[in-house]
Design a protein around this ligand. Structure first.
Ligand SMILES: Cc1ncc(C[n+]2csc(CCOP(=O)(O)OP(=O)(O)O)c2C)c(N)n1
Length: 287
């Protein structure tokens, strides 16, 4: 972490163009509390790029670069190289992608940067759909969730991105959740102190896509972790730690509160519960 980090200073969110109750914006605000002013952000096409504003009206109080969809980690790699040539050491370089911009269309540049062990952090803020284009299904959409191009619900499980990133042998992998800000901030502080590549995967609900009310964003996010579907953990230099012990409430409390699961049958709900019972402790991403 750079010396400029100061959790009392607001570096994101002094007015933004996101929806009321936007989980992605909450994630941005929390992360910036850890990263501080000496930070450069690259954001691919996504809600986060749009809501961050443009020209003189960005909501980030740090340099913020809106990249093409496929290449935020590649642009971040170039920024790190430019800083290194200038001998600038005290800047956090962060690429900040949605689930499509990280796990799907943006994946090639992410895996490349991770393989090169670039000195940077990649954030996947996960609203589990392509929201900026209206809420389509992607690899991070969970099983049976209804989307705007998947009226019958998704047929396959979510791709386990933290496990995929772990396989790159990077310095730090963590899951996080906007409903647990202290945990999220601590993970960004750890990532910022690394000399290599860090990956942080944040659950950031979207009320429009998920079929909840804007004021339920944080509550739903909390339920995801409490029921065991969104395990909070980190993998620091190969050492795994669960960072929060949930009560393991029924998965139905989480699923049935959301419109995107409105067609879930009792058998499908039971299948979800059985999966969590069997896989909790499997280090994330298995919903
Ligand atoms: C190459 C390319 N393909 C498609 C698009 C259209 N597009 C812009 S944002 C977006 C979805 C982004 O989804 P995600 O990364 O999950 O972020 P979110 O919008 O959900 O925050 C798409 C498909 C684009 N800008 N560029």
């Amino acid at each position: 972490m750079t010396d400029s980090a100061n959790t009392a200073e607001e570096l994101f969110g002094q007015g933004h163009a996101g929806c009321k109750g936007c989980g992605a914006a909450i994630a941005g605000r929390q992360a910036m509390a850890a990263l501080g002013r000496r930070t450069i952000i690259t954001v691919p096409a996504s809600c986060m790029a749009t809501l961050g504003g443009g020209n003189t009206q960005t909501t980030w109080r740090t340099p913020f670069y809106h990249t093409l969809f496929e290449c935020a980690p590649a642009v971040a790699s170039g920024i790190r190289a430019a800083l290194d040539i200038q001998g600038v050491k005290d800047v956090n370089v962060v690429s900040w992608g949605g689930d499509a911009g990280s796990a799907d269309i943006g994946f090639q540049s992410l895996t490349g940067a991770a393989e090169r062990q670039e000195h940077m952090i990649h954030v996947l803020y996960d609203n589990e759909m392509y929201m900026n284009t209206g809420g389509q299904t992607g690899s991070q959409t969970p099983l049976y969730a209804i989307t705007t191009n998947g009226a019958l619900g998704k047929k396959v499980r979510k791709k386990n991105m933290p496990a995929i990133m772990e396989a790159h042998g990077i310095d730090y992998v963590a899951s996080a959740n906007i409903a647990f800000p202290a945990d999220l901030i601590a993970k960004f502080q750890k990532a910022a102190a690394k000399e290599g590549f860090s990956y942080i995967h944040i659950l950031a609900p979207c009320h429009r896509g998920w079929g909840i009310k804007p004021d339920q964003t944080v509550d739903i996010a909390r339920r995801a972790t409490e029921c065991g579907l969104w395990e909070l953990y980190e993998l620091d230099q190969g050492r795994r730690t669960r960072t929060y012990e949930p009560g393991l409430t029924p998965v139905a409390d989480y699923l049935r509160a959301q419109g995107r699961f409105r067609n879930l049958t009792d058998a499908e709900t039971a299948e979800y519960q059985a999966y969590v019972d069997a896989h909790y402790g499997g280090w994330g991403g298995k919903n």
